[in-house]
Design a protein around this ligand. Sequence first.
Ligand SMILES: [Zn+2]
Length: 121
Amino acid sequence: MKREVVETLLHLARSAHPREMIALLRGHGHGGGEIVVEEVLLAPLAMAGEDFSEFPLDALPMDPSIIGTAHSHPVMDLEQSDGDLAESFGKISVVVAYPYRGLMDVAAYSPTGTRLHIMVL
Ligand SMILES: [Zn+2]
């Protein structure tokens, strides 16, 4: 994950607090199961409240470089909820949790809910 991606996600999460934020992630697969996340895009028509964030899937641009989503949890909880897992989209789902200090408040999951190791590039 590029450093500026981490910083942008933390910034968006802090700005949205106490509501959730949701964003799209752009990047590419890199062989050997590695995924490179290069850019954060704002989700079209995103809606967010204190315990939900969503956007209509049919509003997504047809863009194969969009590899997943990121959303924030305004509470200290990096775990994916059952709803997060059910709505997981793409190759990667990122959760940014309060208090949004840095990488320790960021988690990445595979579509099946396995926590992924994040390396900052
Ligand atoms: Zn969630």
